[in-house]
Design a protein around this ligand. Structure first.
Ligand code: DX5
Ligand code: ZN
Length: 218
């Protein structure tokens, strides 16, 4: 089964609770929260207070994607704020292993993300320390970008390694996911699909999630 994790980056923040409620009612599995610091990526989004606010209004797992430099400085606070999964970027720290351990010690699931040009080798020595492997299929920083086709081949290779090294790790694909590619991504090996602009747009959230579900079911 492939999980759907709507990214609130594309939601209407003036009525965030309503938007998350609509996603939950439509069967979203996780809520994906994109944290950006204006340094690791050229955009600034949300932090602890938004995670806390979300924790108070939904029981869905909060999947917190940290696009911030030196994430080890903040992972514990995100877990305390209510994150269930905290994902750090391989490119954002000299201390990947330490940061992953900090997440797990704080009581959350630990994720490692890689940008589109980052070698998959980054996963080689941490399979045992991971709960989630996040493959970026756009360059992080903004919602609504086009899916980078090469990501499909990377997903195939990542899936092979995951199956051999630690089948417990979930593979998540993030960026440019929509009903046209969700089916092939699910079949190629994604366990979790993040979707921002394909879920929160001018069409009803329920219909958008249903379209993704149908695409996954093939
Ligand atoms: C991009 C973020 C994504 C983004 C996805 O930096 O990590 O989670 O919200 O948005 P879409 O689905 O519109 O590409
Ligand atoms: Zn994300």
């Amino acid at each position: 089964m492939t999980l759907i994790a709507p990214s609130i980056l594309s939601a209407d923040f003036a009525c965030l609770a309503e938007q998350v409620g609509a996603a939950a009612a439509a069967g979203a599995d996780w809520i994906h929260v994109d944290v950006m610091d204006g340094r690791f990526v050229p955009n600034i989004t949300m932090g602890f207070v938004v995670v806390e606010a979300l924790r108070a209004i939904t029981e869905l797992p909060l999947d917190v994607h940290l696009m911030i430099a030196e994430p080890e400085r903040y992972v514990e606070r995100f877990v305390r704020a209510g994150a269930d999964v905290v994902t750090i970027h391989a490119e954002a720290t000299a201390h990947v292993h330490r940061a992953l351990q900090m997440v797990r010690n704080a009581g959350a699931k630990a994720g490692l993300a890689v940008n589109p040009a980052t070698p998959l080798d980054w996963f080689d020595d941490v399979w045992g320390d991971l709960d989630l492997a996040l493959l970026m299929s756009v360059n992080p920083g903004f919602g609504g970008q086009k899916f980078i086709e090469r990501s499909l081949d990377r997903l195939r290779r990542l899936r092979e390694r995951r199956d051999a090294e630690n089948p417990q790790v979930l593979i998540e694909v993030d960026g440019g996911v929509n009903p046209n590619n969700a089916g092939v991504l699910a079949r190629t090996g994604a366990d979790v699909l993040v979707a921002g602009s394909a879920v929160f747009n001018s069409s009803p959230v329920a219909a958008n999630i249903e379209a993704l579900r149908d695409a996954i079911a093939g």
